[in-house]
Design a protein around this ligand. Structure first.
Ligand code: 13P
Ligand code: SF4
Length: 304
């Protein structure tokens, strides 16, 4: 089917179904193009919590669609490609969290939203890359903190706040591949460029960057910056939106290899099939929905 035909069909069906299409900043440009809202994990959670439409089509990875369902359990949440997951989210199980909590019974467990719903059901408060430092800083200084599952994000916050955190041995395979040598090489190639990275990068990479930001923070940073060239230290999908919203500025990836395969799985055909067949519905056990809502709601309350 031609692209324009596909888009026409999606537009007709989304009206008929009273559906809203949410997409993460990393998904394919063609999907960002047709979304009602594109954003980072925090922005998407806030949006999902306030949706009035009856159906949410979530274009992103599984934990994001699950978070939308947890926040709007009465809505039908469709995840067009159910195998689109986040490898970091799969680096922690609920049983492993319970075991660590038994060893640190007084610790506050702060959990990055890149985690499964079952894991969220075990923790005290969630965070995203946009609010992690604020959430950790609000915990009384005498409390022990477990930060999971991203050890890089945790180490970056620990350094920023000069606070000791118990770190989980998880990370994002895409950001883990970015190295200080890549930063030095790009700096030599583009000496006038500003360079920002995602806080999922290792601390030695963050230390060499001009800023470490959530994907939403990157969009604001570029909008407000006087620089004309930018080196982008995160998944490359964000460059589509950066370039579109800032046609007078240029962008180069810190690494051409920084591609999250899961974020690229959702196509326009999948969005259309999701609307046509009402697939694939996110369905979580009632007790997980209830228990996982608390740490996410605490995060949203702490983010205002
Ligand atoms: P953001 O919340 O910054 O968009 O990041 C989500 C993510 O998965 C980064 O890899
Ligand atoms: Fe997960 Fe990394 Fe992909 Fe983000 S970029 S969804 S953290 S694997």
């Amino acid at each position: 089917m031609e692209r324009t035909q596909l888009v026409d069909k999606i537009n007709r069906l989304r009206k008929e179904c009273n559906a809203v299409i949410l997409a993460h900043n990393y998904v394919l440009g063609e999907v960002q193009e047709i979304a009602d809202f594109v954003g980072d994990s925090l922005e998407l959670s806030i949006k999902a919590a306030g949706v009035t439409a009856g159906v949410i089509v979530f274009c992103g990875v599984k934990f994001m669609a699950e978070t939308a369902k947890i926040l709007s359990p009465e809505k039908m949440v469709l995840h067009p490609v159910p195998q689109a997951g986040c490898p970091m989210a799969d680096m922690a199980t609920a049983e492993q969290v319970r075991a660590l909590k038994r060893r640190h019974p007084d610790a506050v467990v702060v959990c990055y939203v890149n985690s499964t719903a079952e894991v969220k059901a075990e923790v005290d408060i969630c965070c995203t890359s946009a609010n992690a430092a604020k959430i950790v800083a609000a915990i009384p200084a005498d409390r022990e903190i477990i930060f999971m599952p991203d050890c890089n994000l945790g180490a970056n916050i620990a350094a920023e706040l000069r606070r000791k955190l118990i770190l989980w041995p998880g990370c994002c395979p895409v950001h883990q591949r970015l190295t200080p040598e890549m930063v030095r090489r790009r700096r030599r190639e583009f000496p006038n460029a500003a360079l920002f990275v995602h806080p999922e990068c290792a601390p030695e990479v963050v230390a060499l960057a001009d800023a470490a930001l959530s994907t939403g923070g990157m969009l604001r940073y570029v909008r407000e910056s006087e620089a004309k060239e930018f080196i982008v230290g995160t998944e490359q999908g964000i460059i589509y939106r950066l370039a579109r919203e800032n046609p007078d500025k240029t962008f180069v990836a810190l690494s051409e290899q920084a591609i999250c395969p899961d974020m690229k799985l959702t196509t326009l055909e999948d969005v259309l099939a999701a609307l046509e067949k009402k697939q694939y519905q996110v369905d979580l056990p009632a007790d997980i929905l209830t228990r996982a809502r608390l740490p996410i709601s605490r995060m949203l309350e702490a983010s205002v």
